[in-house]
Design a protein around this ligand. Structure first.
Ligand code: B1M
Length: 231
C-alpha cells in the first residue's frame, strides 16, 4: 500500500476521493501525522465528523482489519495503524459528541484477574473504536467486582473479557456466574477471547460469543448489537 513518492504528496492538493484513498494508505502505513492532517482537511472542506469517521477512518481500518485477519499484516503494523486512527479520532471525538452522533454501541473490556497480557485486548478495543463503538477499557487484572461495577456505571451493550493464560481463563466463568447471581447476566452481551480459548470453552462458561481475533470481535459485536436492538 505504501507510495514511494509519499513525501511528494501534498494532502491539501488532493480532491476528496483521492484524499480518502491516500488516507487509507496512510492509515495502513501507520502515519499518524498524515491521518491527523487528512482529518482536519476533510473537516475544513465541510465534511461532517461522522462522514470523516465512516468514510475515511473506519473505511481504512476495515482494510487493516481484513489484512490482519488474513495474516498479511501483523501485530506491530496493526498497533501502528490503530494508533494513527486514534490520532484522527482524537480530533473527531469532541465534534461527534457535540453533534450527538450515536456510537454503534458501547463495550466494557478488560483482561481478567491474575492476567497482565493486554496487547490482544488493546487491539480489540482499538478495532472496536475504529468500527464506531465507544470502548471503556478496565485494563488488566480485572476482578469480578470491578467488571460488575463498570456494567452498572456504564450500561454498555457488551462486556468483553480477555485471558491469555490457561490458569486465568476459568475466571471468566466466575464473572459470568457473579452476573447471573445479581440477575444482570441477560442485560449484556458477553464476548470472550484470548489465545488459549476456543468456541467450546465460550459455550461452556455461558458467554454469548467467543472471538478468535479482533476483526471477528468487531463483526460479532456489530451483529449481536443489531440483533438485540431489533428484538
Ligand atoms: Co506471556 N504467556 N506470560 N507474556 N505471553 C503466553 C500467553 C504463553 C502462551 C507463552 C508460552 O509459554 N508459549 C504462556 C501461557 C501458557 C499457558 O497458559 N498455557 C505465557 C506465560 C506462561 C506467561 C507468564 C506466566 C510467564 C512467567 O512469568 N513465567 C507471565 C504471566 C504474567 C501474568 O499474566 N500474570 C507472562 C508474561 C508476559 C509478558 C508480560 C512478558 C508479555 C505480556 C505483555 C503485554 O501483554 N503487555 C507476554 C507475552 C507478550 C506473551 C506472548 C508471547 C504473546 C501474547 C500476545 O500479546 N499475543 C504469548 C505467547 C503467544 O501467544 N504466542 C504469551 C499477540 C496478541 C495480538 O494476541 O493476545 O491472542 P492475543 O489476542 C488476539 C486474540 O486472542 C483475540 O484478539 C486478539 C487480536 O487478534 N482476543 C480477543 C484477545 N482478547 C480478546 C478479547 C475479546 C475478543 C478477542 O473480547 C471480546
Amino acid at each position: 500500500m505504501s507510495d514511494e513518492n509519499e513525501d511528494d504528496i501534498v494532502l491539501s492538493d488532493l480532491a476528496d476521493d483521492d484524499l480518502v484513498e491516500q488516507m487509507f494508505d496512510d492509515l495502513y502505513d501507520g502515519l499518524a501525522d498524515e491521518i491527523r492532517e487528512g482529518t482536519e482537511i476533510l473537516l475544513g472542506r465541510g465534511w461532517d465528523p461522522k462522514r470523516v469517521l465512516d468514510d475515511a477512518l473506519v473505511g481504512g481500518m476495515n482494510i487493516v482489519g481484513k489484512d490482519f485477519r488474513d495474516g498479511i499484516l501483523f501485530v506491530p503494523e496493526v498497533l501502528l495503524a490503530a494508533n494513527s486512527m486514534k490520532s484522527g479520532m482524537a480530533i473527531l471525538r469532541p465534534l461527534l459528541a457535540a453533534t450527538g452522533a450515536e456510537p454503534v454501541g458501547k463495550m466494557v473490556i478488560g483482561t481478567v484477574k491474575g492476567d497482565i497480557h493486554d496487547i490482544g485486548k488493546n487491539l480489540v478495543g482499538m478495532m472496536m473504536e475504529g468500527a464506531g463503538f465507544e470502548v471503556i477499557d478496565l485494563g488488566i487484572n480485572t476482578d469480578a467486582e470491578t467488571y460488575i461495577a463498570a456494567l452498572h456505571k456504564e450500561r454498555p451493550d457488551i462486556l468483553g473479557m480477555s485471558a491469555l493464560l490457561t490458569t486465568t481463563m476459568p475466571y471468566m466463568k466466575v464473572v459470568i456466574d457473579a452476573m447471573t447471581e445479581q440477575g444482570i447476566r441477560d442485560d449484556f452481551i458477553v464476548m470472550v477471547g484470548g489465545a488459549p480459548l476456543n468456541e467450546e470453552f465460550g459455550n461452556v462458561i455461558g458467554a454469548d460469543a467467543y472471538c478468535r481475533d479482533a476483526a471477528t470481535a468487531v463483526e460479532v459485536a456489530k451483529s449481536l448489537v443489531s440483533l438485540r436492538r431489533a428484538s
